[in-house]
Ligand binder design. Sequence first.
Ligand SMILES: [Zn+2]
Length: 282
Amino acid sequence: MKYSIIDFEREFPDDDVCLDYIFNVRYRDYVCPLCAKKTFYRVKGRKSYACSCGHQVNPLSKTIFKNSTTSLRLWFFAMYLFSQSRHGVPAAELQRQLGVTYKTAWRIGHKIRDLMKQNMEKSEGVFELDETYVGGKQRRYISRNKKNPKKKIPVFGILKREGDVFAVVVPNTQRYTLGAYIWKIIARGSEVCTDEAGVYNNLDQRYVHHTVNHSNREYVRGSVTTNRLEGFWSFLKNAIRSTHRVVSKKYLQAYVDERVFFYNARNSDVPIFHLILQRLTR
Ligand SMILES: [Zn+2]
């Protein structure tokens, strides 16, 4: 759903409105622990709210804004920029748009990505499973080797049909590594579609297991396909390529989380900006 800069400026004109918003979403059903009243008032000159009995609440505690000297409205604007971007927002772009130092912009970017962390619960259904490799940081001694110009980092994905995608950076693609995620996310008895890689050949113990033979160009056999997940891999790789060029292994999961968040939100009726704001309550 569309949410324009005009909408943003109307909804969040200044720091006070942003603070009220955070207080309202985090303390919606809050009851004063001292006197059981539900009405709180903004404390003048402070970023806190108080009950008439004197009990105070700081709505920024345990949030990404804690201890930040950057204005709340700039933080909100940064989240707005994330919500509008097709491929993510590099720190240099945030620096330019917010008028802050590169270091601050970099920190804000990663704090916002923290909000987008994945949390896929176990469920039953039809799933696609696949791994891919994302270009790691270019290293000079490897770049001389034409066969393997970049160190590739494995990423494992699980996509639920008519549902969400989950993706995780893994140290390797061995059976026990991938299995830990598979058992955690896919309920016993579900249908799973994979390619013919040996790592998946024990899945029929718990699931109805279908395989596609990629080497025979047999990408689609009825509903046995991993095409949707392949689509997500393209989406992920395009974004990383066009925004960050190179991503080190240390930060790759944060970028993967960000893309998963956007992919899973693609058909939402709620503007992505508001979906990001909703994560502030966690
Ligand atoms: Zn009270």
